[in-house]
Design a protein around this ligand. Structure first.
Ligand code: MOS
Length: 727
């Protein structure tokens, strides 16, 4: 991928100039404005709800509660707790399952009238005792169906080791908080729902909305062409989306509903509070002999959310005896949802902190310790890696961060009044590939159009598709048009799990190759190339040429015109190979951090951050680096700032706003670098890419904790590492 490996973001201009249309910005005639009124208790029943004043307020079109809702037919179907989609059946009855659960939908003809009417709704409750503090119910966890205990070798074999480490690590609830709020415009055309909504999965949204309203997925129209970030919160169809559709059906007009920032903290998922226990054992020479990783994580009372928190401990290191256990506890909150680096980001904090702690106990450099336990194959699945350039990531990072300046003894290095610490953490994430269909078209004006219903929540999917399409067809990137993010296009996968480039990129790759063959086939039928062997023909910059005789050429435009075609089309589904199943396909990342800590003030400065990754082939350096920078910043938030604080007396958040829920800004990171090994994976897919978005975050939080320890000798095992924990 040469010429196209550094093209600019194709959606960049639209995004920075405001011409990109986000869901709530679509122009829809007759649109009305809605909001959700939330419960002020965390558990109980609605005793009474007074909607009269709101109904009588000027401009109000409807007030919908559990008392007057027209229940969608899908509400009657039995729900599995494992069935993501719309498990909280909004307005179903008088029960309250979490703080700020919607109890009413108010629709009016203007935004201001809607807001005013909503303020008039009063509810009384029958309170029940709620439970929001995971620490209090840590022993009440249950093992979910899909997260069975895992053992390799001797159960809890670490206990027999020469050197043992047993520690507990905690991460608080963290919230995705994309800049673009959750938002939807919902309307109906007869019995067919039409939504403009913030979603990471067009086809998944069609299925879940179809299921709730008893409509075939094909009859659900979904638009989600631009997203202002999502980080996983768009992987679920949320109750607010169903509420807007119920409201629109009732009043027979389009309904626009945008959550308030506060509701983003309570109604659209989060990374769940998780407590982890690690037990590690090694020989005195630094060979890991046992590893036990246990986690207890929060879920809601109505849905079993699980993630792969303990899974990386099964394959990350060469270790004969490994046990993992994962449990969930039901709390009175909204259901969590995958948040960037789901599971592994949480798990890596415990694993990579514990590895650092054990290396310290052994008085060994933590990278040396990791190298001694480098896994040459995946011991969990007993398969070879498709490719693994983790050692190159270590080398690349050590050099860039200046690892040689690190001393094993904490507090040994100073710069003026600042204590200097170096730390690192390893990350990984499965590299998945789902089936994807792409339609590729050459138009008679010399344009290549690529169509797929997949979304682009920000990683640069459209740019990646453009780069691959341009590379294969030999057209300039400016001639490539991407149509994506809506139903009616060839079916793409949900954008999640770092799988989009492997899935949709491969589909673009395959469809474009077929399209090129088709064009060359047509050219071969012309008088110009009749006598040229087809294998000698190639396509470059919109023209079919012969490799041996460059005087001969046929342009794509003339090919189409001569054949009286408006366009040349290929539609093709691509999916993973059987061969790929024989391998274990993972991306790897290593984050390096140099911190400066003021021992008197507890202030932590990130003097230098280096993130290295083995993600196979890098399709586009700019967007990939952007992903890596952004993911690393997410990990810095996790390490130093992010925590949803709950007032357990009331079961509700305290810092549900951007002022009090802290995320890193540019000034928080003094120098940041990204390094890609950029070696093709021979197995993963035709381009040799692996996933990027998640592993960009995984491993960063422990890198910071390890650096802070190296600077100060203080080991912080409960995130975030705020200054009160340092002084
Ligand atoms: Mo990612 S958490 O699969 O959006």
């Amino acid at each position: 991928m040469s010429k196209t490996s550094n093209i600019n973001r194709v959606d960049g201009f639209a995004k920075v100039t405001g011409s990109a249309t986000y869901s709530a910005e679509y122009k829809t005639s007759g649109v009305t404005y809605a909001c959700l009124v939330g419960s002020t208790i965390a558990k109980g029943r609605i005793k009474s709800i007074d909607t009269k004043k709101a109904e009588w307020a000027p401009g109000v079109l409807a007030v919908i509660t559990h008392l007057n809702v027209d229940k969608p037919v899908g509400y009657e179907q039995p729900k599995s707790r494992n069935n993501f989609g719309q498990p909280l059946q909004i307005f179903k009855d008088d029960s309250i399952l979490y703080y700020d659960q919607p109890i009413a939908l108010v629709i009016a003809d203007t935004f201001e009238r809607m807001q005013y009417a909503a303020s008039l709704i009063k509810a009384e409750y029958l309170k029940e005792t709620h439970s929001t503090d995971v620490q209090k119910v840590i022993n009440k966890g249950k093992t979910p169906e899909r997260s069975k205990d895992y053992h390799r070798g001797v159960e809890d074999g670490y206990k027999n080791a020469e050197v043992i480490l047993e520690e507990e690590y905690t991460i608080p609830t963290e919230v995705h908080n994309p800049m673009e709020l959750a938002n939807i415009i919902a309307k109906w055309e007869g019995n067919k729902p039409i939504v403009y909504t913030k979603s990471q999965g067009v086809e998944g949204t069609r299925r879940s909305i179809g299921g709730v309203f008893g409509v075939q997925p094909e009859d659900v129209e979904v638009h989600s062409e631009y997203l202002g970030g999502a980080f996983g919160m768009g992987l679920h169809t949320w109750p607010y989306e169903i509420a807007a559709l119920i409201g629109s059906k009732k009043i027979g007009r389009p309904v626009k509903l945008v959550l308030h920032r506060e509701q983003m903290f309570t109604n659209v998922g989060f990374r769940p509070y998780t407590i982890q226990k690690m037990g590690l054992g090694a020989t005195k020479e630094g060979k890991l002999t046992g590893l036990t990783h246990e986690a207890v994580a929060l879920t809601s009372s109505y849905e079993d959310f699980t993630e792969a928190t303990v899974n990386m401990s099964r394959f990350m290191y060469d270790c004969a005896n490994v046990s993992t256990r994962y449990k969930i506890v039901e709390m009175d909150t909204c259901t969590p949802i995958w948040m960037r680096g789901p599971g592994e980001a949480t798990g890596s904090f415990a694993l990579e902190s514990a590895i650092d702690e054990l290396a310290h106990k052994l008085d060994m450099d933590p990278i040396e310790f990791r190298k001694r336990n480098h896994a040459e194959k995946d011991l969990e699945q007993n398969k070879p890696w498709s490719s693994k350039y983790l050692l190159e990531c270590y080398e690349g990072g050590m050099e860039r961060i200046g690892w040689k300046n690190r001393k094993n003894k904490p507090g040994s290095v100073r710069e003026g009044e600042w204590l200097v610490g170096y730390g690192m953490g390893t990350g990984t994430f499965g590299s998945y590939r789902s089936p994807a269909t792409v339609k590729a078209k050459f138009l008679s004006n010399g344009t290549l159009v690529l169509q797929c219903s997949v979304n682009d929540m920000g990683p640069g999917t459209a740019t990646m598709m453009t780069a691959i399409g341009a590379e294969i067809t030999g057209l300039p990137a400016e001639n490539v048009v991407i149509e994506m993010g809506r139903s009616g296009l060839p079916k793409g996968p949900t954008q999640g799990g770092s799988a989009t480039t492997s899935s949709v990129g491969s589909a673009v790759h395959d469809a474009c190759n077929l399209l090129v063959s088709k064009a060359i086939g047509l050219a071969h039928e012309t008088n110009v190339f009749k006598s040229t062997p087809i294998a000698n023909l190639t396509l470059s910059n919109g023209t079919v040429i012969s490799k041996d005789d460059t005087s001969k050429s046929v342009t794509l435009v003339s090919l189409l015109n001569d054949n009286k075609l408006d366009e040349l089309i290929v539609e093709n589904e691509s999916k993973g190979s059987e061969e790929a199943r024989k391998y274990s396909i993972y991306s790897f990342s290593v984050h390096f951090v140099k911190v400066l800590v003021n021992p008197n003030l507890g202030k932590i400065r990130l003097a230098h951050v280096v993130s290295c990754a083995d993600i196979g082939t890098v399709i586009n350096q700019k967007t990939s680096a952007g992903q890596m920078y952004g993911g690393a910043v997410g990990g810095i938030g996790m390490g130093l700032m992010e925590s949803l604080e709950i007032d357990h007396r009331f079961g509700r958040p305290i810092n549900n706003n951007f002022a009090d829920y802290h995320v890193p800004v540019n000034a928080d990171i003094e120098k940041q670098e990204v390094f890609f090994v950029n070696k093709k994976d021979p197995i993963s897919n035709p381009m040799g890419t692996k996933g990027l978005g998640e592993t960009a975050l995984v491993g960063m939080a422990p890198a910071i904790a390890n650096a802070v320890f190296n600077a100060t000798g203080k080991r912080v095992r409960d995130l975030p590492i705020t200054l009160d924990k340092i002084i």
